[in-house]
Design a protein around this ligand. Structure first.
Ligand code: ADP
Ligand code: MG
Length: 387
């Protein structure tokens, strides 16, 4: 992203230069899909795409939000009640102001301009990048970043998305945006909240992660998500456990053999139990730099999401199938909730351009248009940037 351009835009919008700038990355989930609400594990990686927030404090108690990706500006009075409203995009940063204030963070009036190269609505978590950039900017403007611990910042941003944007998201997106470490993936235990950094230095390993955007968001996604959640809860209750996290392969096989679980309930449970195991297995494989095994686990994850969990779509399947036929590809899978969004491809860096070209043209042959593809390493988390 060209931050100089964002600076010019700030000057044009607010009539003075910014005092500072902060950034927060988008993310992909390497593996561990639809496991978060089953108390399982996820393994996100921050991408080299980010939201930047330029800021300068004001002499009054107002916060002015603008975004280069949105037309309408928004305003928040720090000494007034903060409620969601229009423009809709500003509800994310507004919710962050409300959360920081509730947490007792010292806030000052400021002008904030957001600029982001995280594709919006593509499942790469542009929303968490926006929230975390907002929080970092507000705290930086007040000189108060140290007053809020990282885990509290994560929860404030998550709550902003729940309460102000009506999106009941898990903790993954905000956690990785805040906590990511360059050259690492982040193993997150969604039951205990515990985290562990897993060395995943793609550049040093001669690898690249390609992100291919189907540019579709199928309308059934919202309803299907709620339905999957209740199917999982129902399967856990039949098995007499608090969540599918507590089910072993053995228990699942017995339940299937005895007819305790069958049909759709069995398919859903099989995905979740298998995916939790695959995620932990992938952590070992990444640690051992066994890229062939990481790739196998990615393919297995995709197949399970496609066949047992039924959340893939023709566009995602096409990308994974084409990738599988390319030399230099270790693995590929859909990433995110499904029914559109993006697929990720783990490939040798030396072959990455050719792989990207092959996927884009193969996708075009099947779907009649090219899908945007970009390459990324494992980026670092939120923090200041120099302007
Ligand atoms: P995702 O997080 O997968 O990109 P979401 O639907 O969760 O998709 O969040 C997308 C929403 O976040 C957008 O509709 C918009 O309201 C807001 N958003 C994200 N980035 C920006 C930005 N740079 N400027 C304005 N709004 C943004
Ligand atoms: Mg989001």
């Amino acid at each position: 992203m060209d931050v100089d351009q964002s600076v010019s835009q700030f000057v044009a919008a607010f009539g003075r230069p910014p005092a500072g700038a902060v950034r927060a990355p988008g993310r992909v989930n390497l593996i561990g899909e639809h496991t978060d609400y089953n108390d399982g594990f996820v393994l996100p990686v921050a991408i080299e795409r980010q939201a930047v927030a330029l800021h300068a404090s004001r002499s009054d108690a107002r916060v002015m939000f603008r975004s280069r990706q949105a037309d309408e500006p928004a305003e928040v009075a720090l000494d007034d009640e903060i409620v969601p409203g229009e423009p809709a995009w500003a509800n994310y940063p507004k919710g962050v102001v409300a959360g920081l204030r509730e947490a007792g963070a010292p806030l000052v009036g400021c002008d904030v301009l957001f600029d982001s190269d995280v594709p919006v609505g593509a499942g790469l978590s542009s929303s968490a990048a926006l929230e975390v950039a907002a929080a970092e900017a507000l705290l930086a403007a007040a000189g108060a970043r140290r007053e809020i611990a990282d885990d509290e910042l994560v929860r404030i941003c998550q709550r902003a998305e729940h309460a102000f944007a009506a999106a009941p998201c898990g903790i993954m997106d905000q956690s990785i945006a805040v906590m990511a470490r360059a050259g690492h993936a982040l193993l997150l235990d969604c039951r205990s909240g515990e985290t562990r950094y897993v060395p995943f230095d793609l550049h040093a390993a001669g690898l690249a992660l390609l992100v291919a955007d189907t540019q579709v968001a199928h309308a059934i996604a919202g309803g299907a998500y709620a339905e999957r959640r209740s199917q999982c809860a129902a399967a856990a209750s039949i098995l007499g456990v608090a969540s599918l996290r507590d089910v072993t392969d053995r228990q699942l096989a017995d339940a299937a053999a005895d007819g305790v679980l069958d049909g759709v309930a069995l398919m859903r449970a099989r995905h979740v139990v298998g995916e939790i195991a695959r995620t932990l297995h992938a952590v070992e494989a990444v640690t051992l730099r066994d890229w062939a095994l990481v790739g196998e686990l990615m393919y297995a994850s995709h197949e399970s999401l496609r066949d047992d969990y039924e959340v893939s779509c023709p566009e995602l399947d096409a990308i994974v199938e084409i990738a599988e036929g390319c030399e230099g590809v270790h693995g590929a899978r859909m990433t995110g909730g499904g029914f559109g969004g993006c697929a990720i491809i783990l490939a040798d860096a030396a072959r990455a351009d050719a792989v990207g070209e092959r996927i884009a043209s193969g996708f075009a042959e099947r779907l009649g248009r090219r899908c945007p593809i970009f390459m990324t390493g494992a980026a670092g988390g939120a923090g200041p940037v120099t302007v």
